[in-house]
Design a binder for this molecule. Structure first.
Ligand code: ASP
Length: 311
């Protein structure tokens, strides 16, 4: 089968087909096996990834770096641009031209929505959006759906609940669109009124026939949920810290919440968590954020890199 991901920019989950997602998940399964038995492979020997991170990141950054290294490729690691020519006022266009000639792909994080789309126009090699402000984070959504499908191979008939800062959280923007490919029966959106999911994403999934409910009361929906996905209130997007303080712990998942969930419901979080999930439930078998999402992030990013960089 032709690899349609070869050379492709991964900017939004809107442009990922179900076949492409399936080939990423299949490749992630293979690479998981390789890493667990041999530690690494040399599929991408001779290829170089530039990690161009203009905004703080630890795990996404590190998982791309480790993914590329386990594939045998090289890296140009730039995390925080204060020591680079960007701090001297270099334009995005020039920066992209430079790293596009040194390396074979650019993985980019930036505080402004749409910057990776602009970068992709300037770059000849593929660009991966590793988070653009309040926009999207497509590889997080891929690892999330990969994780979900290891528990619910068909999402049909399931109920997925996204809770927290659905306005500013880019992971849920990418996730809701990717979920639309798998047609769960219902998606519940739980947030304070001020932090509701932007209408464009709601309309996008409703078009596929999935029922979408919006509420600000988590306890109304937990007992019928199969996948509970919690997110942090995105402090860095608030101009008024008082508003953030008022909203930040509106939803906290505790042992009491876990008692209301079904026994096979899974609890997820893109991390970092800052109080949304009480640490005393980390050992619950339904809590997947540390045990499964973190390692899956590396396998899925290995899969993405190997498919975009090699025919
Ligand atoms: N790590 C995720 C992101 O970069 C989630 C978060 O920061 O809340 O979007």
């Amino acid at each position: 089968m032709k690899n349609t991901l070869f050379g492709k920019d991964i900017l939004s989950t809107r442009n990922i087909t179900k076949d492409e997602a399936s080939s990423i998940f299949r490749r992630a399964d293979e690479l998981r096996e390789i890493v667990q038995t041999k530690g690494s492979t040399d599929i991408l020997r001779g290829k170089i990834l530039t990690a161009l991170f203009y905004e703080p990141s630890s795990r996404t950054y590190a998982s791309f770096i480790s993914a590329m290294q386990r594939l045998g490729g090289g890296i140009i690691p730039l995390n925080g641009m204060t020591n680079t020519s960007v701090a001297k006022g270099e334009t995005l266009e020039d920066t992209i031209h430079v790293f596009d000639s040194y390396g074979d792909c650019i993985v980019m994080r930036h505080p402004e929505v749409g910057t990776s789309v602009k970068a992709a126009v300037y770059a000849k090699g593929p660009v991966v959006n590793a988070g653009d402000g309040t926009g999207e984070h497509p590889t997080q959504a891929l690892l999330d759906v990969y994780t979900i499908r290891r528990h619910f191979p068909s999402l049909q008939g399931t109920t997925v609940t996204l809770v927290g800062d659905l306005l500013n959280g880019r992971t849920v923007h990418s996730l809701i669109m990717l979920l639309a490919l798998y047609t769960p029966s219902r998606i519940n959106l739980v947030s304070p009124n001020e932090l509701r999911m932007p209408e464009e994403y709601v309309a996008y999934v409703q078009k596929t026939g999935i029922r979408v409910s919006q509420t600000d009361i988590l306890n109304d929906v937990v007992s019928t949920t199969d996948v509970l996905y919690a997110t942090r209130v995105q402090k860095e997007r608030f101009s008024d810290v008082k508003v953030y303080e008022r909203l930040k712990h509106r939803y906290v998942i505790t042992r009491d919440t876990m008692k209301l969930l079904k026994k096979d419901t899974i609890l997820m979080h893109p991390l970092p968590r800052v109080g949304e999930i009480s640490p005393d439930i980390d050992g619950d078998p339904r809590a997947l954020y540390l045990r499964e999402q973190v390692p899956n992030g590396m396998y899925v990013r290995m899969a993405v890199l190997s498919l975009i960089l090699k025919k």
